[in-house]
Design a binder for this molecule. Structure first.
Ligand SMILES: Cc1cc2nc3c(=O)[nH]c(=O)nc-3n(C[C@H](O)[C@H](O)[C@H](O)COP(=O)(O)OP(=O)(O)OC[C@H]3O[C@@H](n4cnc5c(N)ncnc54)[C@H](O)[C@@H]3O)c2cc1C
Length: 459
C-alpha cells in the first residue's frame, strides 16, 4: 500500500503545476539520506528521518515558484545536491520538500578565469569542462564524481587542491553565489566575494544556491604518486616538506599510516607490507625535485600514474579517491567497527602535535593527515581512523585533542552550532538568515540558535 500523502503536500503538488515532483516512498527515502551513517553517533539519531516529496526544478523560475508555494503552505525545504554530506546536512528533520538541484547543471559563462555554473553541476563535470579551456578547479572534494558545486559550498569546502589554495572559505576561492530566498515573494540575490560568506558551509539554511562563481587555476597534467616510508615520522616530515616546497607544483599530499593503505582496493597490491605512505599529486615539472625530497626522507616511489587517465578509466582509481574522507570509506567497507574525527593541527608545531596524538592513542587511532594551507600557513588537517567504542570515549578523545591545541570539527553532530569550533553561528549569519528565511523553513533543525519570525534567537 502506498503511504498516504499529507494534506499540505497534496495542496503543494496542486500549486506546483508541471514542475517535476515525486512522492514514491522508495525514492523519497533514498533522497532523504546522505552519508551520516559514517557516524555511529548520528546513525541512530537520523535513521528513519525523511522528507515527503522530492521536487526537481530545471531553472531559477521553477526554484522561485517552488519556494513561494512552500512558504504559502509553511512547508520546510531541504536543498540537495549529490547527497554525499557526512553529517546529515541533507537529511530532513521535519519532513517536507527535498529540493533536488541536480537538473540545474549548466556551465553558464567564463571570463577572467572565473566560471559561473549552475549549482547542480557535479565538480567532475565542471573540472572536465574547465580542462578543455586550459583551466581546472582549484579545489574539489574526494567525492568529485557525484558531489555538486552547490553542495560543496553548502556542506563541504576542503579537499584536493587545499595544499595550494587552502579551503573554499579562504578569500578569493569563491567569487560569488546567486541564491533564491525563502520569503512570501522569493527573490534572487547575488552575493559577490565576501558577501557570500553567510551561505558558505551553512547547510542550505540561508538560501537555495542556484549559481556559483568559481575562480579556476591553470590546468596541470598531474602525476599521481604513491610513496612508502620506513616509519610514520619520515612520511609526515616528507609530507610537510612537500607542502612547504614552493618550487614544486602540487595538488594533494596525504600521509597515511599503516595498516590503512592495506584497505585500499586497487592500490594495496602495489604497496609493501607495513610501510606508511604518502599519496601525492605533483606537476610534471616538479617530479625531479620530488624524487630528491623522497630520497632525503628515506622513501620509495611505489606507484605512479597520470591522474587524468586514471580518472577516466573504469579499471583505475585516481589516488585522490583514497584520500580525505575516502580513506575512512575504504576502511569502513571492510571494518564496520571504526569511525573518525576531523582535526586541524597548529601551524608551527604540526609534526610534534601529530606525533603526540598518534602516540597517545596508539592501538585505538590510526593517523591519516592531509597537508593543507590555512590562512597562508602550511599545516596538516587530519581524518584519523578510530576504533569505535562509545560516544563518551569519542568525546574524551576530542577533549584531549582540543586540550593539546588541535582543533576538532566534530563530524558526529548535525547542527551548525555543535559542529563549529566556537559552538555558535555568527551574528552575521543569524541576521542574514532572518532576512532570507524569516519563517525558518530552510533545512530546519540545523541552525538551532535561529528562531523564526516573532521568536528571539538563542544567544
Ligand atoms: C567518501 C566521502 C569523501 C568526502 N570527501 C570530502 C572532501 O574531500 N572535502 C569535503 O569538503 N567534503 C568531503 N565529503 C563531504 C561531501 O562529499 C562534500 O561536502 C560534497 O561537496 C557535498 O556535495 P553534495 O552535492 O553531495 O551535497 P549534499 O550532501 O547534497 O548537501 C550538502 C549540504 O549542502 C546543502 N546544499 C546542497 N545543495 C545546495 C544548494 N544548491 N543550495 C543550498 N544548499 C545546498 C544541503 O542542504 C546540505 O546541507 C566527503 C564525503 C564522503 C562520503
Amino acid at each position: 500500500m502506498p503511504e498516504p500523502i499529507s494534506d499540505r503536500i497534496a495542496a503543494l503538488l496542486d500549486d506546483l503545476g508541471g514542475i517535476e515532483a515525486e512522492t514514491d516512498p522508495v525514492l523519497v527515502r533514498l533522497k532523504s539520506r546522505d552519508f551520516y551513517w559514517y557516524s555511529p553517533v548520528l546513525k541512530p539519531q537520523l535513521d528513519g528521518k525523511r522528507g515527503e516529496v522530492v521536487v526537481r526544478p530545471k531553472d531559477e523560475a521553477e526554484v522561485l515558484a517552488i519556494l513561494a508555494a512552500c512558504v504559502r503552505h509553511r512547508i520546510p525545504v531541504v536543498p540537495r545536491g549529490g547527497g554525499t554530506g557526512n553529517y546529515g546536512q541533507a537529511v530532513p528533520l521535519e519532513g517536507g520538500v527535498i529540493l533536488d538541484m541536480t537538473a540545474m547543471s549548466r556551465i553558464l559563462s567564463f571570463a577572467d578565469g572565473i566560471a559561473e555554473v549552475e549549482a547542480g553541476a557535479t565538480l567532475m563535470q565542471v573540472d572536465a569542462w574547465a580542462r578543455q579551456q586550459g583551466w581546472e578547479l582549484r579545489l574539489w572534494p574526494s567525492t568529485k564524481r557525484t558531489a555538486t558545486v552547490g553542495g560543496f559550498v553548502g556542506g563541504g569546502g576542503a579537499g584536493i587542491g587545499g595544499i595550494a589554495h587552502g579551503t573554499l572559505r579562504e578569500p578569493g576561492n569563491l567569487a560569488g553565489v546567486t541564491i533564491a530566498t525563502m520569503e512570501e515573494s522569493p527573490r534572487m540575490i547575488d552575493l559577490a566575494w565576501g558577501k557570500a560568506a553567510p551561505v558558505n558551509h551553512c547547510f542550505g539554511t540561508t538560501g537555495v544556491i542556484t549559481r556559483v562563481r568559481l575562480p579556476l587555476a591553470p590546468a596541470m597534467a598531474w602525476r599521481d604518486l604513491a610513496i612508502s616510508f620506513p616509519d610514520f615520522a619520515a612520511a609526515a616530515a616528507f609530507g610537510l616538506a612537500l607542502g612547504m616546497a614552493d618550487g614544486i607544483p602540487k595538488k594533494m599530499c596525504a600521509v597515511i599510516d599503516w595498516p590503512l593503505p592495506s584497505f585500499f582496493k586497487g592500490l594495496a597490491e602495489l604497496l609493501p607490507e607495513g610501510r606508511p605512505i604518502v599519496l601525492a599529486m605533483v606537476g610534471p615539472c616538479g617530479m625531479g625535485a620530488v624524487a630528491d625530497l623522497v630520497a632525503t626522507h628515506g622513501g620509495e616511489i611505489e606507484a605512479e600514474q597520470d591522474f587524468a587517465t586514471a580518472e577516466a578509466a573504469n579499471e583505475l582509481t585516481p589516488f585522490y579517491e583514497y584520500t580525505w574522507n575516502h580513506t575512512t570509506l575504504h576502511v569502513l567497507k571492510r571494518d564496520k567497527g571504526i569511525t573518525y574525527l576531523q582535526c586541524l593541527f597548529p601551524p608551527g608545531r604540526t609534526l610534534e602535535a601529530v606525533a603526540r596524538l598518534r602516540d597517545r592513542f596508539a592501538g585505538e587511532m590510526w593517523m591519516h593527515t592531509e597537508v593543507a594551507r590555512f590562512g597562508g600557513q602550511v599545516t596538516m588537517s587530519a581524518l584519523p581512523v578510530i576504533r569505535w567504542t562509545t560516544r563518551e570515549r569519542l568525546w574524551e578523545i576530542i577533549a584531549a585533542c582540543e586540550a593539546d591545541g588541535v582543533a576538532v570539527a566534530n563530524p558526529h553532530v548535525y547542527t551548525l552550532e555543535e559542529g563549529a569550533r566556537w559552538k555558535l553561528v555568527g551574528a552575521d549569519r543569524l541576521a542574514f538568515k532572518r532576512e532570507v528565511d524569516p519563517y525558518g523553513l530552510l533545512n530546519p533543525g540545523k541552525m538551532t540558535s535561529f528562531s523564526p519570525v516573532g521568536g528571539k534567537d538563542a544567544a
